[in-house]
Design a protein. Sequence first.
Length: 386
Amino acid sequence: MGSKKLQKGFGVFFDPTKTTSGQRFFSDLYHTLSDRSVPLSERPCVVLFNVSAPFKDIVSAKLRHQKIVLRIDGLYCDRLSSSFIASFKWPLRKVFLLGLKWEWTHDFFAFWANLISQNYGAFARILMADLIIYQSNFSQKVHSRYFPNKPYRIITNGSAINFWCRDVQDRTIDEEIRLVTIYDDWRPSKRIHDIVSFVQWMMEIKNIPVKLTILGYTGNIPSCVPNQMKNIIENSSYIRTLPRFTGFNETFRNILQESDIYITFSYRDACPNTVIESMAHGLPVVGIASGGLPDIVGQAGILLPIDDFSDGFFTSGRYECEFPPIDYEKILMALQNVMENYKNYRTLVQDRFKAVLDIKIVAEHYACLLNDMVIATALKSTCIEE
């Protein structure tokens, strides 16, 4: 299978049918690199894969002696809980209950529960890879627990959305603050319910005018979220929702452009692409410095410090809502700070995007890394240029 000579250059494996693992970003990256990459049919000696790529295609590339570069995002680190264990069938359910019975076995059983539930696919691909590209320092940190010696680089995601620019007016803290966020009903760790509670607190306790727009709302509420949250979201005068979307059409772009600030309380998210895409529309970000958010936002917003590992390596994620508390007063101060210096923050967003987050900048980092690997591979006589 490896008898045909490999070509000097890199290729990018892209499966347009996938809808997970940063698919919008990887699609943008694939098309941006298209004029610099070698078609896979010509067997380039280095191939970039997304973590969602079919395992059989990665194995096939390995058997052809191609070097595998793998883009990795997050890692599932749910702690053992009754709801997590209930997702398994007997006899695994019975086995994992031991982790609740004896606390000292928790991490051992939590590792196996997460591996069997989701992580096995990513782990198998990582074992096949010659080089890992992580999306954030946080992503590298959680994976290093299991792959401490795997060669890696860290390259933050980007967006191909054209930066939208308009004449930005000065804002004041007395004006209505127009917040926007993007919904995710699958992971409570996105903490949309906490954003809604915060906005309710602003309106009803602090009497501060605010409008929250939730994009991609499905009407489904995570099971660990209080039942009344659905009623608050759907019936409050200061909250509006728009349904699920696959791309940023004109309606969604207009809403982002009319908003003041993107707010996120997302917890331990390796690289939330929705934040990047919102910044591409000019929005500063206010939230918590969790997961990969600091790598994305930089100075183009305000993120409150938080310890992602205060509860240990395994924590709430997909099945629980017990997250570190958020100081509403400090979040409010951050919002007011941004509003008082609004023009400056909009400029910082634009600068951040042009220097770090534009897809052309990100693609250049990928291209340089992949070309360096091509050269190193050629020196070992694995690639032969025809």
